[in-house]
Design a protein. Structure first.
Length: 254
């Protein structure tokens, strides 16, 4: 069945991915791609409306097979870095593209190869729960930064939807409605919780027949266990998910 027909058929009874935790949708701030969601206290996402993803994939010849190609990236020190030169940004506006090749490569991957671009990022410094989104400065700063990144990509990629998943830190014991330590651990790379949430979203958007083309999909990240790397979370995440892995230098060039 044609994907748009399939979407229309299930539009009235479409349901969210299987509930494993409390989820809230925050209206402000909003990116040009979609709304921010907070899952308990362990995960944040910004996902495009399902119809936007369907419309984008409709022009791909292989969409009839329900196979989706994923171009997945870490965020900090992979696609962006700080303008100030500090390891971590000093505010929501302290970022720039890591190299001049980022946008041209993403344009090629989306315009001619029809990849779905996904960002997976560990953000332990963000402390937020579903009921405290407007009170969390760390969440709002992150949302502003991601909103700017998505707005820039929206122009450069001509409206191509981009998906974002972030594993947030666990709030202090005084915070109500926080997720369990197990949920936080599973969401954070190198564990695979964010990838599983992506799979749930794709099946909800495109139907249960949808599968990810694991041979053509890939993941790019800077935590590769090399000498001087702070961690090996990115390469381990890719291995656990089953994706080919490259460092930013290998994929985008130095």
């Amino acid at each position: 069945m044609h994907i748009i027909q399939l979407l229309a058929k299930k539009q009235d009874d479409d349901e969210t991915p299987k509930e494993k935790r409390n989820v809230t949708t925050t209206q402000p701030p909003r990116s040009r791609s979609g709304k921010f969601k907070v899952y308990g206290s362990h995960m944040i996402s910004n996902l495009p409306p399902k119809l936007d993803l369907v419309t984008y994939l409709e022009s791909a010849k292989e969409v009839k097979s329900y196979k989706v190609k994923i171009a997945a990236f870490d965020m900090d020190d992979t696609i962006i870095c700080s303008k100030s030169g500090f390891k971590w940004g000093r505010g929501p506006n302290d970022w720039k593209w890591r190299t001049d090749t980022i946008i041209p490569v993403l344009q090629r991957k989306t315009a001619s190869e029809r990849y779905v671009v996904v960002i997976f990022t560990n953000q332990k410094s963000i402390s937020v729960t579903e009921y405290l989104t407007t009170l969390s400065k760390s969440f709002r700063n992150f949302a502003i930064k991601v909103g700017q990144i998505l707005a820039s990509l929206n122009v450069a990629l001509k409206g191509v939807p981009v998906l974002v998943f972030a594993a947030s830190g666990r709030p202090g014991i005084s915070q109500h409605h926080r997720s369990s330590e197990e949920y936080h651990e599973h969401s954070r790379k190198p564990r695979t919780g964010m990838w599983e949430e992506l799979e749930s979203y794709l099946k909800a958007a495109l139907g249960k027949e949808c599968t990810i083309d694991m041979e053509k999909s890939f993941y790019v990240g800077d935590a590769a266990g090399r000498h001087g790397d702070h961690l090996a979370d990115d390469i381990t995440f890719a291995q656990r998910v089953g994706l080919p892995f490259q460092t930013p230098e290998e994929f985008f060039g130095k």
